[in-house]
Design a protein around this ligand. Structure first.
Ligand code: CUA
Length: 322
């Protein structure tokens, strides 16, 4: 009973492949149910034959020719015909389900969003003629239209997986893989790195938000401009320039590379790729305790900064939103 409830606990929530929210994921879910049904039938058949074998004990012995015919029948039927038909059925359902995940040549290329896996966070880029928008650990997409995701890895192999929207795809350094996903309706979906990529692999979650097309356009447009700067916060901006700006970018203020872009960090759902919910005070806490909350992450500990500076930095970063 405990095992059953544990197993069923995986069927709900925003990571469930059994609760598809788009055409590609529906294909995967149907394939899963089809395979489960087929395997259950095969299992019942094998158990049935096994029980029948017990009951046949003590029956009159057949002639050698009868035995041979019967044996040949089983080999042809159970060893060739049945597996052959099963494999053909799986291919007939599985190949189209897989094709739906692939951007096919000739089909008009929809919107492209680039996702880059880092140890242990996600970089999301929205290529656009009027200036690229970059975010981290938060992926916004329009609902009701297909989106091509071009994915790659910056350091080691990661895998991009939004279970409720479709199958997973490897993010390989030096190569761009493509997957086409679509969300039926606006909503929030969990995503998780699906390839072991080091100590903090589990803390590599991505917040995926599908929006109405107009809302998405406004979301993008707002991020094409530098975030408005709140009054005050001079100490924090100074400290940021001195200690953070080499690795982090803030549109219009710092052009650091290597770490997540922080231009809209105040508008995100989580910190540390899913470690903390972004509530008031969460950024300051993250700055002070990030090596305890997510040991081994690539940001150095801030032991050289006093608590007040970290508080000030956190308070200012929370104001960074379009
Ligand atoms: Cu990245 Cu696992």
């Amino acid at each position: 009973m405990v095992l059953l409830s544990l197993a069923l606990a995986g069927c709900g929530g925003d990571h469930s492949i059994l609760d598809p929210a788009g055409p590609a994921a529906r294909g995967v879910a149907w394939l899963w149910w089809g395979m489960l049904t087929a395997f259950t039938l095969v299992f019942l058949m094998v158990v049935g034959l096994w029980l029948a074998a017990f009951r046949r004990r003590g029956h009159p012995v057949r002639s050698a020719a009868q035995e041979r015919r019967l044996g040949l029948g089983w080999i042809l039927g159970g060893g060739i015909l049945l597996p052959g038909v099963s494999i053909l059925l799986l291919l007939a359902v599985g190949v189209p389900a897989g094709q739906r995940l692939l951007p096919l040549p000739g089909v008009e290329a929809p919107r492209v969003i680039e996702v880059i896996g880092h140890q242990w966070w996600w970089e999301v880029r929205y290529p656009h003629a009027e200036g690229e928008v970059v975010t981290a650990n938060h992926l916004a997409m329009p609902a009701g239209e297909p989106v091509d995701f071009h994915v790659t890895g910056a350091d080691v192999i990661h895998a991009f997986w939004v279970p409720r929207l479709g199958g997973k795809i490897d993010m390989l350094p030096g190569r761009v893989n493509r997957i086409r996903l679509e969300a039926d309706e606006p909503g929030v979906f969990g995503a998780q790195c699906a390839e072991f990529c080091g100590a903090q692999h589990a803390h590599m979650q991505l917040h995926v938000e599908a929006m109405e097309r107009d809302d998405f356009a406004a979301w993008l447009e707002a991020r094409r401009r530098p975030p408005p700067q709140a009054e005050g916060h001079d100490t924090a901006r100074e400290a940021f320039g001195e200690h953070c700006a080499r690795c982090h970018r803030v549109e219009g203020l710092a052009e650091g590379t290597g770490g997540p872009d922080l231009s809209d960090i105040g508008s995100r759902a989580t910190l540390g790729a899913g470690v903390l919910a972004l509530e008031e005070g969460a950024i300051a806490r993250w700055l002070a305790e990030h090596q305890t909350l997510k040991p081994g992450n690539r940001m150095p500990a801030h032991d050289h900064l006093d608590a007040e500076t970290l508080e000030a930095l956190g308070a200012w970063l929370e104001t960074l939103r379009p």
